[in-house]
Design a protein around this ligand. Structure first.
Ligand SMILES: CSCCC(=O)C(=O)COP(=O)(O)O
Ligand code: MG
Length: 224
């Protein structure tokens, strides 16, 4: 075993891109407006609305203007932290009500279980909020997989293409970079991790553009 810890991306890596773009995002687009209108004064929602108005540079923006902004961000796949937090809150209802389950590729579920049994510490780093990540694995097609994971990171540690994000994660892991393997389908994310000495492997499951990292077509091909 070369690595003590493995960090995995979600969209395009453990899970089909279409699950995010054709199930999760449309669900958020449809349900966020009423969710926000009805809960705008609840603390966990109000906090995010304040952050969104700051980003809009319109502290007095009314709730409909905020909703319009959120729809624009979703359509453009902007990884804006308060949007991601609100999406997680809406998806929580979707999972709880059985509107969808957390899609994972079977090889990802199988290998994550095996690596966990072998003693590898498993982490997730996704632009989806930590809450959204936990939901996907808790309500996964393969049952509750959250016991496999030692921790979760989202855009609160920084953007996935920024080297500083991986420095913050390594600080948290307290492991030498060479003992940590990062899996993603996006070469630019892997470039940032590798710049600090982390090991990398690019998942090419669909039409992803290859970089110059080790490549795997599925988790069975990942060498750990
Ligand atoms: C936690 S599932 C939702 C994924 C999401 O919102 C997203 O933006 C995908 O980001 P990733 O970093 O996993 O590619
Ligand atoms: Mg990805």
């Amino acid at each position: 075993m070369k690595y003590r810890a493995l960090i995995t991306d979600i969209e395009g890596t453990t899970s089909r891109i279409a699950f995010v773009t054709e199930v999760l995002f449309p669900y958020a687009t449809e349900h966020l407006p009423d969710f926000i209108r009805n809960r705008q004064h609840q603390a966990e929602v109000a906090l995010e609305l304040t952050a969104i108005r700051q980003l809009m540079k319109q502290p007095e923006a009314d709730i409909e203007a905020v909703i319009t902004q959120l729809h624009r961000w979703i359509a453009a796949d902007e990884k804006v932290t308060p949007l991601k937090t609100l999406q997680g809150l809406v998806w929580r209802l979707g999972y709880q009500q059985g509107h969808f389950t957390g899609h994972l590729y079977p090889d990802a579920a199988e290998q994550l279980k095996q690596w966990h049994e072998q003693g590898v510490q498993l982490y997730v780093y996704s632009s989806g909020s930590v809450e959204a990540q936990k939901l996907l694995f808790r309500y996964s097609d393969f049952g509750d997989l959250t016991p496999l994971f030692s921790g979760y990171f989202d855009t609160r540690v920084g953007a996935k293409r920024d080297i500083s994000s991986y420095a913050a994660i390594l600080q948290h892991l307290q492991l030498p970079p060479g003992q940590v393997l990062f899996l993603s389908d996006i070469a630019a994310e892997l470039d940032a991790a590798r710049a600090l000495g982390m090991a990398t492997c690019q998942l090419i499951r669909e039409q992803q553009t290859p970089g110059d990292h080790n490549i795997a077509e599925d988790f069975y091909q990942v060498e750990i």
